[in-house]
Design a protein around this ligand. Sequence first.
Ligand SMILES: *Cc1c(COP(=O)(O)O)cnc(C)c1O
Length: 425
Amino acid sequence: MSVAQHTLSQEAMALENKYGAQNYHPLPVVLSRGEGVYVWDVEGKIYYDFLSAYSSVNQGHCHPKILSALNEQANELTLTSRAFYNDKLGKYEKFTTEYFGYDKLLPINTGAEAVETAIKLCRKWAYEVKGIDINDAQIVVCKNNFHGRTTTIISFSSDPVARKNFGPYTEGFIKIEYDNLKELEDVLINNDNVAGFLVEPIQGEAGVFVPSEDYLVKAKALCDKYNVLFIADEVQTGIARTGRLLASCGNCNCETKSCEGTPDVKPDILVLGKALSGGVYPVSAVLANNEIMGVIRPGNHGSTFGGNPLASAVAMAALEVVKDERLAENAERLGIIFREAMNEYIKTSKICKLVRGKGLLNAVVINDTEDGDTAWEICLRLRDNGLLAKPTHGNIIRFAPPLVMTEDQLKECINIIISTLKEFE
Ligand SMILES: *Cc1c(COP(=O)(O)O)cnc(C)c1O
């Protein structure tokens, strides 16, 4: 690396460090271009992206079909607010409700906003339909969850770094162990005020924790039994990431083979974000059927940018790409190859303890303490070797490339990952 080239990255990082709030700790690499599974840094070095902006860029960077929807719509109309109708929102709502099999969609912008929307919707349903006394509604959540960063959402986080000194906290949440049906049933039996159960089908940020095979099916059955809404936060797991259109996989019109014969877990409230726009523009959504969504009336909830024509056009194109390019099937097939290769390596590895995941949402656990820095050091070396990934929770490295990856590309990546890990054995 020449001195002049070195300066470009250094300059960009120095600017962020000097003028930006220090609310992130990025891997030191400065990106300026992306295409498909690749990104380039300001010095022109190419990398495989194995984070995909936390599973936002499932369709690959700068997908031409999504970009052309963006550009076309940007030249026509970008924002009207919901004070008026626009000619794209209805089309998008029809397309997306049919795509996932729901009556109605509430459009919003970010994942956290969509989770907030789901919480408000669930509470209002509790008072107006279920008949819980005003202000008594409780929502059951899981330990080690990640649902976003708003004041209410961090109120039920277990992460001290995300919570500390941001109180007072919002009430009305009961925290139970993830993947523990007994705890869920105990809460439901003993508390008539439970309105909803908010859950990630796989806990992504916590380190890609995949629950037991029957967990979601049985949790949904318990929710049905006690008239409690099952709210699936599929912001990270949704849109083909885990080898299915949805990780909870309901009547989503998904044509993936692995879905055949699997029990139907259709969330009462489905929360989507991230890859809903292919990472092009912030678009999120809450889907539900009429019995639930019907409690929301004019003035109850909204957002200036929610449902704007640009977002609607981009999201429709992004969802079309997922089906046109059979991304769920590809994620499922490549995920199996990835975990097989990693499991083979782990047999003789001292540094790498295990690999887990579904589809192309995977994580490798590094043999180190949770506050150790080996995973960070490995990610720096992976970067040097042309692959970008980031530790989550100290000793866990998440591997989540764009779903447009080919088998040959994946095999090259497996070689990079394994040869990098070998440098640490
Ligand atoms: C990323 C994420 C969110 C929050 O999305 P933002 O767009 O960052 O607000 C919520 N839930 C899950 C499961 C996520 O992974």
